[in-house]
Ligand binder design. Structure first.
Ligand code: CP
Length: 353
């Protein structure tokens, strides 16, 4: 994983680097043409996704037997990872943690800045740089937009860079959630994601999972997207412009019932009111954007119902028993997809497949 001299010598300061198009920045977060820091869904090509899905499938298979699990558990037993999750998380944290354990990576964690020297006035940047003195990889979730990217950018300018994997960054992106979401589509449709109508529902403005998932759609052919949201929470213009640039047809609507009939996948999301500035979510009627048990009659037999979770009321619990509800499987897919990604980043994935 050699970094070229060019990368270190020509990079501008952060204020000039950050606003650049993601496509221009990707090389700085790559090594030898491979993803090194995982920050943006745009880093995943179709070939890479296919490779990661094969690795994830192999991991599930091989680890069913103890000798296989022991083999996989030895692959990265010389590595240590820090999980720095200073924004609440259940499944991203747990799935990364257990993905590390599957591969033998030893882990440490900070989940609350009040337990780190940040309370003594150390900057978050210095805190994160400190981790790299002890570990070989940092997995992080942070509420500040751009902070995960800034960490990777900083680390790549030091003499001891380590891969940075985003577990969710502000309202921007949640690239490994998109990875597991597409892995779930891949498994649900027997590997054939092309030519599907995908309906994303809810708070699309502030949901980082739907943003990252939209970016990944560029890897598949003849995809149609429907964005169903309250007027206040429509998908942001940067994503719509990206879709136009990549000739991915989309519609925006509030008519959930109208579009669910032709959906191949319905991707539900909760209201993201943690981003409220003054309780503005309270004035929005979110109930038209719920999936209720009665809606099971309205969707195709082959349609899958997804959700990044956690949910509130946007999917009735009684829907869970329907075979088309795949969100609990989707959650578990996250562990395998994240383990496959880490194996790829450290170059041991060929010993799994
Ligand atoms: N989907 C997701 O990111 O869940 P957590 O917030 O629980 O990690």
């Amino acid at each position: 994983m050699q970094r070229t001299q060019e990368m270190t010598s020509v990079q501008p300061d952060w204020e000039n680097f950050y606003p650049r198009p993601v496509s221009d920045k990707i090389p700085f977060f790559s090594r030898d043409g491979r993803v090194y820091d995982c920050l943006f869904a745009q880093q995943f090509s179709r070939d890479l996704l296919t490779l990661l899905f094969r690795t994830a499938d192999a991991l599930r298979d091989v680890t069913q037997k103890k000798d296989g699990a022991d083999h996989v558990g030895s692959l990265l037993s010389d590595k240590r990872a820090m999980l720095y999750f200073v924004q609440p998380s259940t499944r991203t944290f747990m799935s990364f943690l257990n993905a590390c354990h599957i591969l033998g990576v030893r882990t440490s964690e900070i989940r609350d800045t009040s337990t780190s020297s940040e309370v003594k006035g150390e900057t978050p940047e210095d805190t994160v740089r400190t981790f790299s003195s002890y570990v070989d990889m940092i997995i992080m979730r942070h509420p500040t937009p751009g902070f995960v990217e800034k960490t990777a950018w900083l680390m790549n300018r030091t003499g001891r860079p380590v891969p940075i994997l985003s577990g969710g960054s502000g309202k921007d992106q949640h690239p490994t959630q998109a990875l597991l979401d597409v892995y779930t589509l891949h498994r649900s449709f027997n590997g054939d994601i092309d030519d599907k109508h995908i309906v994303m529902v809810g708070d699309l403005k502030r949901g980082r999972t739907v943003r990252s998932l939209s970016y990944l759609m560029k890897n598949y052919k003849k995809i149609k997207l429907s964005f169903v949201s309250p007027a206040e929470f429509r998908m942001e213009a940067d994503i719509l412009e990206f879709l136009k640039r990549h000739n991915i047809p989309f519609q925006e609507t509030e008519d959930f019932k109208g579009v669910m009939k032709t959906a191949d996948a319905i991707y539900m999301t909760r209201i993201q009111d943690e981003h409220d500035k003054a309780g503005e979510s309270k004035s929005v009627d979110y109930s038209p954007f719920y999936f209720r048990k009665e809606n099971l009659r309205d969707i195709k037999d082959t349609c899958v119902i997804m959700h990044p979770l956690p949910r509130r009321h946007e999917i009735e619990v009684s829907v869970d028993d329907d075979p088309r509800a795949v969100f609990w499987r989707q959650e578990r897919n996250g562990m395998w997809a994240r383990a496959a990604l880490m194996a790829y980043i450290f170059g041991v994935d060929g010993k799994i497949r």
